[in-house]
Design a protein around this ligand. Structure first.
Ligand SMILES: [Zn+2]
Length: 55
């Protein structure tokens, strides 16, 4: 049995994006849709699936 290692997937979004929506995007690791705002940062990390959104 393999222990699934969760890679930190990185998603690049366009520089004028204020908000990202993440729902896991995967049938195994999917989660309820959540929205993250970049505020003053250039990256946000989804607290459900650890995906990193970078602009
Ligand atoms: Zn997510």
């Amino acid at each position: 049995m393999d222990i699934a290692k969760k890679e930190h997937e990185i998603i690049e979004v366009s520089p004028d994006t204020d908000k990202v929506m993440c729902d896991g995007g995967h049938h195994v690791f999917g989660h309820p849709a959540v929205f993250y705002s970049f505020d003053e940062k250039n990256e946000v990390i989804c607290q459900y699936c650890n995906r990193k959104f970078i602009k």
